[in-house]
Structures are given as C-alpha cells and as structure tokens.
Ligand binder design. Structure first.
Ligand code: NIG
Ligand code: FE
Length: 399
C-alpha cells in the first residue's frame, strides 16, 4: 500500500530542531517514507491525503504511563479539590493502594480490555508509541499478571508498546524492607527470566522508596540487563536526579523539586529528563520545575502524560504539551521536540522514532491546523486528522 500526504502547510521533521519544511508532500511506500518534496505525484494505486492547511509531525511518543489498572478514584480527586493532600490520602490507605486492591481482583482479560480502550484514545490523540508501567500488583504473581497484559497489548495494539516493571509502593500490611527483599529476591529475577519488561523503574521519594533502596533495586535490575528509569523528586527533593545520573538511567521523570545542579548532572550523564505537567495540575501543586534551568544548561527534556487513575487522566499529548507551555513556561518548539524525538530518547529509541526522514518507517500524524503554534494554542479542540504507524493508517477522518 502507498500513501501520498499532499501539500502539507508545514512538516516538522525534528531533524536539527523542528526541521520545518513548508508546502511539501510525503510519499509513503511499503511502510517507509520514500520521498519528501514539493509537487510529488502519486501512482494511481496510492491513497491520497489532502494535507493543505495541515501540519504533519512525527507520531507522538508517550514515554511515561501507568495505563493498566482497574477502577477509578474520583472520590479522592474530589477530596483533593477540597484541599486534602495526595500524601494524606495515601497515608489513610487510599491512593496507589486503592488501585492495587481493584487491580488485583480484576482478571487478565478485564485489564486487557480496559487498557486496549485507553490505547484507542491515545491513537485518536496522535500517540503512536507508548510506555506502560506495571506497579499496581505489588506481588510476584500480580506484577507478572500486569506485565503479561502489557505484552498482550504489545502483540495486538496498533501502536508500539514499551514495557516497564515499576517498584511503586509498599503493599498494605508489609514492611518496606520485606517488600524490597521480595523485589530483589523474587519479583525482579522472575521478570528478568521471562524477559517481560525492558525497563525497571522505582518510585523514589519521601513516603515511597528512599535513595538507598532505589539504588539496590536498580543495581539488581542492571545486573539482569534491564534499562533503568526513576520517578524522581516528585513530592520532595531527595536528590533523585543525581541518583539517576550516577546510576546511568535512561530517563528521570517528574523532577518538580530538582535543582540546577541536578539538571546539569543529568545532562552530563546522558539521562533524559521527563516532565509530567498533567500530574502537577491534578495534584494542584503550586510547585513547578524551573524550566529556565534547562534552557540555561542547554539540557533537552521530554514531556509525557503519566496517565494513571490517581494523578492524571489526560491521555492527549497535544493537551499535555499545552499544560507544559502554560503552567511550566515551556516554549512551544521545545514542547513539540519533547513529545517526539526527546520522548523517543527517553525510551532508548531516539535512533528510529520521533523524527521524519526519508528511508525511515512512516510514523506520522496529520493535524488540522496550518501552523504548528496552533497545536498548542487551540488545545481544547481535537486537531488530529490522520495517524499513520509503520505506513498504515490507524486513524483517519476526512475534513
Ligand atoms: O506517577 N508517582 C507515582 N505514581 C504515579 C501515581 C500513581 C497513583 O496515584 O496511582 C505518578 O504520579
Ligand atoms: Fe508516574
């Protein structure tokens, strides 16, 4: 099958910055970008997409989600609107523990069905690659159950799925030390043996896992050849970014309390920082990451949704980009790089995803706006018109 995306107002190739091309077409043949140029004509068998007054950009990469879970937490959401803190709800047995209880009683089929529907929503918003974390199981059997659901999504969903084993919380009625031992001795070896997760992530924070435990767990994961991530400095500054740099993590995520020296250390160690502004919105946190530090230190960053039932129900990356711009002061151009090439780097896929180049698999989104600034400016609208993954149209609507 071949496709001609004809006369796009703008193409954001993400080669060397935005790599903006104006009034060009893209010809896709056998799943690959065969040509990018002006005045291309299509063979009669090709499907033609009229992209006049449209922006074409790489398929977006959501590099941080927790989208396999059962149940919902709107009552806690309402409590937070009333002023109760996330940490307080967790202390009273809600929060992650609430979702763990519901996820444990759900069958693998039920979890798959719920997650598959969420992936359809992602696709409609222009996401063509998604990372999914486990972490609502908190035992060997239950974490493996979630990871099997993620594997099934990987095999069946129309987009690329990346799997992460997350050490998320201490199970109710268990001591932290005992759960860390269980992770080290039972869960991680089983996950590694089954080759069911590419990354290992730890929620390193006050009220979650301290730096010492995080380091032990990540060390062990590395010995099993897993790649590393950290939930760092989300609720307090524990030096999570420094730890990510020292451990050689592929990414460090959240980073609300990270200092300029932490930013510098991540840059020098090649750790991709990942910002999650939807979570800041849901937590009603006054605290913001200092974006100027990233610009001063010439440090690239990614942006992701953190989609989960507690702290972010937004799956649309165009909306998440808008939150990053409006709440954090991220420039529009950086936001677009952050959900494409930089997010691909946060998943160790920067060599093949998040940019548009001749000869590469066609992974593209066509948006119904005539310039890229409007993607953020008009974020209340559904602007995504066509979504193409590996040269196949996986979502499309005519204007
Ligand atoms: O990324 N930080 C830890 N985990 C999630 C929240 C999970 C939940 O509340 O269910 C997060 O914000
Ligand atoms: Fe998260």
């Amino acid at each position: 099958m071949s496709i001609l995306i004809k006369n796009a107002s703008e193409i954001l190739t993400m080669n060397d910055g935005l790599g903006l091309l104006k009034d060009r077409s893209i010809f896709i043949d056998h799943g690959v970008i065969a040509e990018i140029g002006a005045g291309l004509t299509a063979p009669s068998r090709a499907q033609v997409i009229d992209a006049r007054k449209c922006v074409v950009m790489p398929g977006m990469v959501d590099c941080h989600t927790h989208l396999v879970f059962a149940g919902s937490r709107e009552d806690e959401f309402a409590l937070r609107i009333g002023g109760v803190k996330y940490e307080e709800i967790a202390r009273q047995g809600g929060g992650i523990a609430n979702t763990v209880a519901k996820t444990r009683t759900a069958s693998e089929d039920e979890l798959y069905k719920l997650a598959r529907e969420r992936i359809d929503n992602l696709v409609r918003s222009g996401t063509t690659t998604v990372e999914i974390k486990s972490g609502y199981g908190l035992s060997r059997a239950e974490e493996l159950k979630i990871l099997r659901v993620i594997r099934r999504l990987k095999d069946n969903a129309p987009i690329e799925v990346v799997s992460t084993f997350l050490v998320h919380a201490v199970p109710v009625h268990m001591k932290r030390r005992d759960y860390v031992d269980m992770v080290l001795e039972e869960i991680l070896p089983a996950v590694a043996h089954q080759k069911i997760a590419e990354f290992c992530d730890v929620f390193c924070d006050k009220g979650a896992f301290p730096n010492g435990d995080t380091e032990k767990i990540l060390d062990r994961a590395r010995s099993f050849n897993m790649k590393l991530k950290i939930h760092a400095d989300e609720l307090s500054n524990t030096g999570g970014a420094d730890l990510a740099a020292r451990m050689g993590c592929v990414s460090a995520d959240h980073l609300i309390f990270t200092t300029k020296s932490g930013v510098r250390k991540m840059r020098d160690a090649g750790v991709m920082p990942v910002l999650l502004p939807g979570t800041t919105l849901y937590l009603r946190s006054k605290r913001r990451p200092k974006i100027q530090d990233y610009y001063d230190e010439r440090t690239a960053f990614a942006i992701a949704s953190d989609y989960n039932p507690g702290t972010c129900l937004i799956y649309s990356l165009p909306r998440i980009m808008a939150l990053a711009c409006l709440m954090y002061g991220v420039e529009i151009e950086s936001a677009l790089l952050a959900v494409t090439i930089n997010a691909a780097r946060a998943l160790d896929r920067g060599h093949r995803l998040g940019f548009i180049r001749k000869g590469m698999p066609a992974d593209l989104v066509v948006l119904n706006v005539n310039n890229y600034k409007k993607i953020v400016y008009q974020f209340g609208e559904d602007l995504v018109q066509w979504v193409i993954k590996k040269g196949k149209i996986i979502y499309g609507k005519n204007r």
